[in-house]
Ligand binder design. Structure first.
Ligand code: SIN
Length: 537
């Protein structure tokens, strides 16, 4: 298959790009699951945007949104990138409403919510299922866009670059090897404009708010292809994942209680009913996430309690049912009435702030390869992402990436010097018979990351994690080369690669900053006021 634009991933970033690109050439969008399996579809809170004067919160401005983003990012945001993205908030809202996204309104104006680290109300939302509203609208538009083919259940194994083929020219991307899950066949997709929009890597951790698909595929592929990757030590833990020890199944284990609930007045308390976050930051429950997650971690360790509580019981009856109906009903299905009982919560892995290094147009260090959304490290998030900035970033960078591609490469396919791509060579043996090896390694990986590389780290724990990961990598490599590829093997291979990148980056940062907190270096250090950039070769 050959196309002008090959897009890998079908969340807000991938589809915002694909729908626009289809006006200029043929587009194929590959997604490893169903179209709505993206992390975007799971987003609850909303999209941060400063609207035009008269529609925004009193006193809000682009400059305030920039300042809040820089403050959360703990010194590592790129200010020019922050300003460029935040300035395009209103354009993003126009773009999405144009695709049919129905944000909540109060009268004629958009209703604006608040989340941690934001000094003003600027979160557009669709009740508490904003991501689903966005994902459904974009998928619907994509399915009806001429020139755009959306292929579900197609798992991209690896990028194909001229370097990988051993050609001595400037390294550039020329396509991808893709597993068609229904048949088990591996096909070649040829394109010299490839966009990674595969989301993040929450599944590296035992507890996460992310869907099962968040296995770091894009970062792992880009890394193997030789692209620069940065700041993988900055994994954001969301403070309020529902704590439900009796839960069976990933949906019950990973259930997020949106920060927007705190934005509307919910307060974090311990078992004695004390608002413990106030001792750490005057903003209390609405301080940026790194601060709140660490305060919870400390409280849990100090008291020996398994969780803390999110208390909404002081709000008027009907508050949860009306403003957060999805969360309310879901908690009810787990046997909890949030209007009458505090909600038990714990932090869980939520967002990857680092990723494939790009400029403000999504351009990576490999020619023709772009990365947009959570998979990318543009410099917007720095050491800690400000809540609800990510849906904004996904849409803005998608538009900028297309402009950049059209500017640099035009629309014409570069078929003249398109090299012959060898067919995929399957590993020996037939289908893997010992699936238990995969599941065991998967569990071990996620637990060791949780125990050694989560909210609070030490040199010792990181070294232990690195040693264990080296062994896991070896086992997974043998398994990968010795069997026909399956989605499970591919995900495990990517998880191990990404977990190793998180640990490698964390070992290099010998200070505490933003989401990276280590007991061995408890404060920030000017020497490390820079990105942790790493490359395979
Ligand atoms: C939430 O609803 O709390 C998540 C919002 C975000 O991560 O940006």
């Amino acid at each position: 298959m050959t196309c002008d634009f090959l897009v890998i991933g079908a969340g807000i970033a991938g589809l915002s790009f694909a729908i626009r690109a289809a006006k200029h050439g043929s587009v194929i969008v590959l997604t490893k699951g169903a179209a709505l399996d993206s992390n975007t579809a799971w987003a609850q809170g909303g999209l941060a945007s400063v609207l035009p004067e008269g529609l925004r919160d009193d006193g809000d401005s682009i400059e305030l949104h920039v300042a809040d983003t820089l403050d959360a990012g703990a010194g590592l945001c790129r200010e020019d990138v922050v300003r460029a993205i935040v300035s395009e908030g209103a354009a993003t809202v126009d773009d999405l409403t144009g695709y049919g996204v129905d944000f909540d309104k109060e009268g004629d104006h958009f209703a604006l919510g608040k989340e941690g680290g934001h000094s003003k109300r600027r979160i557009l939302h669709a009740l508490d299922t904003t991501g689903r509203e966005i994902a459904e609208s974009l998928v619907e538009v994509a399915r009806n866009t001429p020139n755009l083919t959306l292929l579900e259940h197609h798992f991209t194994i690896d990028l194909i670059t001229t370097g990988r083929l051993g050609m001595v020219t400037e390294d550039r991307v020329i396509g991808a090897y893709v597993l068609e899950k229904a048949t088990g066949e591996v096909r070649i997709f040829r394109s010299d404009r490839v966009v990674l929009a595969t989301g993040g890597c929450g599944k590296v951790y035992l507890y996460t708010t992310n869907p099962d698909s968040a296995t770091g595929d894009g970062v792992a592929m880009a890394w193997r292809a030789g692209a620069s990757v940065a700041n993988m030590e900055f994994i954001q833990f969301h403070p309020t994942c529902f704590y439900n020890p009796a839960a069976m199944g990933p949906e019950a284990r990973s259930f997020l209680v949106s920060e927007a609930v705190r934005g509307e007045g919910a307060v974090l308390i311990n078992a004695r009913g004390e608002d413990f976050t106030k001792k750490v930051d005057p903003r209390g429950s609405l301080a940026p996430r790194d601060i709140v997650a660490r305060a919870i971690d400390r409280e849990i360790k100090k008291t020996g309690a398994p969780c803390v509580y999110l208390d909404v019981t002081h709000k008027p009856a009907g508050f949860m049912r009306e403003r957060f109906p999805f969360i309310y009903e879901k908690l009810r299905s787990f046997g909890l009435d949030a209007e009458k009982q505090p909600i038990p919560v714990v932090p869980a892995a939520h967002y990857q702030c680092g990723g494939v290094v790009t400029d403000v147009n999504g351009k990576t260090t490999i020619r023709g390869l772009y990365a947009i959304g959570e998979v990318a490290c543009t410099g917007l998030h720095g050491a800690n992402r400000l809540a609800s900035n990510s849906l904004l970033e996904g849409n803005v960078i998608a538009r900028r990436a297309l402009e950049d591609i059209l500017h640099h490469y035009g629309v014409e396919k570069n078929t003249d010097d398109f090299p012959e791509i060898p067919a995929w060579h399957h590993g020996d043996v037939a289908v893997p018979d010992e699936l238990v090896v995969i599941y065991h390694n998967w569990d071990e990986l996620r637990r060791l990351m949780w125990d050694y590389v989560s909210i609070v780290r030490t040199d010792n724990r990181l070294r232990r994690a690195a040693t264990r990961l080296r062994n896991l990598k070896k086992e997974v490599r043998e398994f990968y080369w010795g069997h026909r590829v399956t989605a499970d093997i591919l995900e495990l291979r990517n998880l191990v690669a990404v977990a190793s990148l998180v640990v490698d980056c964390a070992i290099r940062r010998r200070e505490s900053r933003g989401l990276h907190h280590t007991l061995d270096y408890p404060g920030p250090d000017e020497k490390f006021l820079r990105d942790t950039v790493i490359r395979r070769f």
